[in-house]
Design a protein around this ligand. Structure first.
Ligand SMILES: C[S@@+](CC[C@H](N)C(=O)[O-])C[C@H]1O[C@@H](n2cnc3c(N)ncnc32)[C@H](O)[C@@H]1O
Length: 277
């Protein structure tokens, strides 16, 4: 365990996903998509199950409902099973699959697909949206949110990111004797604008019911805990052992919060609720 009680081998999304500000982000999406009445619902890219749990709590007919919790990460799914596997109030089916292969992974038609904080991972979004459309009943909801879109970083947060990266790379070098290996860099994630997301959805058979951008204040704990998530570390510090990456990013963020006398750093989230045509 480290000083904040994290297991030293835990590089999952769990500690970040349990923060109140993050629940508020996802609650907003579930609100605008009016999730609650569905019988069959997919939580796509479910991670360790934080959003799955929120969906379950909203279902009016949980006992007659099925939630398909889909993720390609066995580690993430193990976390989700540990958190929710014992729940008797709804059937949750945990499905290990690539989201791009949704139609092979799930054979049923569903009433809604909730896709939180994951669409930016996928390169061929058009293919994925076609797969989702094939599994959704006509009129069914697709709800998406992301904080990785063009414009998600308010200009006033630029200095924070610049200093955080500079400090963390220095700590990585000085205290661990390491540098990122650029040849191992994960494929650059393509950031669409909000308008591009909407146009993409409209052109793949969805009607945008509501789309909004909202600013959320991310506290120091948010940046600290996201620094223990393997995908985050690998994105910033490719090829670096996860424990050294985490230690450097966490130390760096603490320094910068102190230096700039910050309490929060704002970040914008895009939330889109659609209905399948
Ligand atoms: C940032 S987490 C979000 C988890 C959860 N939806 C939430 O909002 O709390 C992204 C998740 O997407 C999963 N993921 C990324 N690319 C994927 C893919 N191509 N197929 C399936 N899962 C994927 C990752 O394993 C990770 O658990």
């Amino acid at each position: 365990m480290d000083e904040r009680g994290e297991r030293s081998d835990d590089f999952s999304f769990t500690s970040f996903a349990s923060l109140p500000f993050y629940s508020a982000v996802n609650a907003r999406l579930l609100d605008i998509a009016e999730i609650g009445k569905e019988r069959r619902i997919v939580d796509l890219g479910c991670g360790t199950g934080a959003v799955t749990k929120m969906i379950l709590e909203r279902l009016h007919t949980a006992r007659e409902s099925v939630i398909y919790a889909v993720d390609h990460s066995a580690t993430a799914l193990r976390g989700a099973v540990a958190e929710l596997g014992g729940r008797k109030d709804a059937a949750i089916q945990f499905v290990q699959a690539e989201v791009q292969q949704l139609t092979s992974a799930i054979k049923d038609q569903v009433d809604a697909v909730v896709y939180c904080n994951s669409i930016h991972y996928v390169q061929d979004k058009r293919l994925l949206l076609r797969q989702i459309r094939e599994r959704l009943r006509p009129g069914g909801r697709l709800a998406i949110n992301t904080s990785f879109f063009e414009g998600s970083h308010p200009p006033e947060s630029a200095e924070f990111y610049r200093r955080w990266m500079m400090r963390s790379f220095r700590i990585l070098k000085r205290e661990h004797g390491l540098s990122p290996d650029k040849s191992k860099k994960v494929q650059a994630r393509q950031h669409l604008t909000a308008d591009e997301y909407e146009a993409l959805l409209e052109s793949t058979g969805f009607r945008v019911v509501r789309s909004e951008i909202e600013e959320f204040d991310v506290p120091e704990a948010g940046w600290y805990h996201i620094s223990s998530f393997s995908d985050w570390i690998e994105g910033i510090m490719p090829g670096v052992p996860l424990d050294a990456g985490r230690a450097s990013l966490q130390k760096g963020v603490r320094q910068v919060f102190q230096e700039l006398n910050l309490t929060v750093v704002p970040r914008l989230w895009l939330s889109i609720s659609t209905a399948r045509n």
